[in-house]
Write a protein that binds this ligand. Structure first.
Ligand code: HEC
Ligand code: HEC
Ligand code: HEC
Ligand code: HEC
Ligand code: HEC
Length: 364
């Protein structure tokens, strides 16, 4: 009887919702809520003004289709484009990544209700299905796993972070020039992965059917959410010189920082002396794309005119002399888009895009 009810329950919500994410929400409400506020739900034309601004400048339909293959691969309808452009099922059915010159491609398994996931204690288990066990002569019933779907825990891509690389590795423009250039490189020896840094375990159960203390954060810790939690992956140090001082930033991520074309990293330094604070000129981390020696839109670019991004390590010299008792405060932050880019894209009225957000502050 119980199984029958469960079967009916499941049947009813599969047919009720056109959008399958809503089915997942029933048993994974916390993860759904985080996802809903994540960049992976906001990556589509109706949800991201920056993306739309660039997409609209592109007039070739084939190229526009390529954009959608990463920005809204699950959007079959206008409703999906708003609600689930990169859906739960999409990410959890990425079987493998095929490498290509222009951009990589996700290979999906076409099995229904069979999802990949990672949990180190079950790393070798495939086809994990729903089970019920009873003890005390049938008085206590316990259920394990999901009644809705099977889980495959043995896909390496979900442990190494390679599952992210179908979309995040590179996007080459018509001149074979990579315009997202995270320069990410996955090494099995890495202590942290795309997933451990950007989807850290946070409090709350991963499903309502079983109590777990934590779950993987689906809001994506990054430049939009939980940014300050990423600060710990950049070490800031300061060394005095005779004629000034040097700030060194050491990057523990396996990719360049602030690599997105319109992003701008900012280093703010101030010196507190005798109760007064003096701000030094901010240092900007960015990459300027160009064509024939002049700055250009990323999609037309065939060269990099200037690159001050943080790769493994970066030192910046200041020629302000320090005195005994000085307190130097260093803040590493970023703007989602630089003020120049905001003008080019006609987005200068959107203050939140050009406001400085903080990754880390330290005093010396
Ligand atoms: C009827 C409830 C139910 C529905 C509906 C449901 N799930 Fe689950 N799901 C579970 C349960 C229970 C688990 C097992 C958790 C455990 O025991 O670790 C689970 C586990 C998972 C896991 C693996 C968790 C791990 O341990 O790493 C993934 C991934 C997942 N679900 C994705 C989805 C997606 C995507 C959808 C929507 C298409 C969905 N689920 C719909 C109940 C459900
Ligand atoms: C291979 C996958 C892929 C393709 C194809 C692709 N993008 Fe992207 N795009 C991404 C990823 C991943 C990011 C996020 C990069 C980051 O934040 O560093 C991104 C970010 C962007 C951003 C910045 C958005 C923001 O809010 O900051 C814009 C704009 C953009 N893409 C436009 C386009 C356009 C227009 C096309 C098609 C001409 C396109 N992209 C094709 C994967 C892709
Ligand atoms: C951008 C890709 C992506 C999207 C979109 C996505 N997931 Fe996940 N999900 C992952 C990865 C990767 C993991 C493995 C995390 C880990 O190693 O702890 C995961 C883990 C999980 C887990 C197990 C949590 C845990 O702590 O082990 C569940 C349950 C889950 N996802 C459900 C969902 C649901 C429901 C949605 C939609 C609301 C969704 N996912 C959307 C990539 C994604
Ligand atoms: C289907 C393609 C796709 C997959 C798979 C994917 N992403 Fe993304 N991701 C995007 C796109 C597109 C954007 C940019 C969206 C925008 O700004 O409009 C993005 C943006 C991001 C950002 C930058 C935005 C921010 O708020 O910091 C981070 C970080 C990120 N993704 C992490 C991940 C991780 C980690 C994984 C693997 C678990 C992953 N992504 C898998 C397409 C994808
Ligand atoms: C050791 C932690 C760490 C690891 C591992 C890591 N990241 Fe990051 N990531 C960061 C930090 C810190 C930032 C914030 C600075 C920035 O915006 O670049 C960031 C930013 C990003 C952004 C936004 C970049 C921008 O400016 O728009 C994307 C996209 C991203 N990471 C994707 C990935 C992917 C994909 C992987 C796996 C190949 C990965 N990250 C691995 C720490 C990490």
């Amino acid at each position: 009887m119980k199984t029958l009810l469960l079967a009916l329950f499941i049947l009813s919500f599969t047919s009720l919702f056109a959008n399958e994410n809503k089915v997942c929400q029933k048993c994974h409400p916390l993860i759904y809520k985080e996802y809903y506020n994540s960049i992976h739900r906001k990556s589509s034309l109706p949800n991201d003004a920056i993306y739309k601004a660039l997409y609209d400048k592109e007039h070739n339909a084939t190229t526009q289709q390529q954009c959608s293959s990463c920005h809204s691969p699950s959007a079959k309808t206008a409703q999906d484009a708003k609600e689930a452009p990169i859906s739960c099922v999409y990410c959890h059915t990425i079987k493998d990544i095929k490498e290509h010159d222009t951009a990589n491609k996700n290979i999906l398994s076409d099995k229904k209700r069979d999802f990949f996931s990672a949990e180190s204690s079950k790393r070798n288990e495939a086809k994990v299905t729903y089970e019920t066990t009873s003890s005390f002569f049938g008085l206590i019933k316990r259920a394990k796993n999901s009644p809705y779907h099977q889980i495959e825990y043995n896909n390496e891509n979900y442990y190494t972070g390679n599952v992210c690389m179908g979309c995040h590795s590179h996007v080459n423009n018509a001149h074979d020039f990579d315009i997202i250039m995270l320069d990410a490189y996955i090494d099995k020896k890495d202590k942290d992965t795309c997933i451990s840094c950007h989807m850290p375990q946070v409090m709350g159960s991963k499903t309502t059917l079983r109590d777990t203390k934590t779950h993987a954060y689906h809001g994506i810790a990054g430049v939009h959410n939980m940014s300050e939690s990423l600060g710990k992956y950049v070490d800031i140090s300061l060394a005095k010189r005779k004629d000034g001082f040097t700030v060194t930033l050491k990057n523990q991520a396996n990719h360049a920082l602030f690599g997105q074309a319109y992003r701008e990293g900012v280093l703010l330094v101030s010196i507190e002396r005798d109760g007064k604070t003096k701000e030094l000129k901010p240092f900007l981390f960015r990459r300027t794309f160009g064509k024939n020696g002049k700055a250009s839109m990323p999609f037309e670019a065939n060269e990099v005119i200037k690159d001050t991004l943080i790769y493994a390590k970066k030192s910046i010299d200041y020629n302000a002399k320090l005195q005994k008792g000085d307190r130097v405060t260093v803040t590493l932050g970023y703007r989602l888009i630089s003020k120049e880019a905001a003008k080019t894209l006609n987005l200068q009225n959107s203050d939140t895009l050009t406001q400085i957000k903080v990754l880390k502050t330290e005093s010396f």
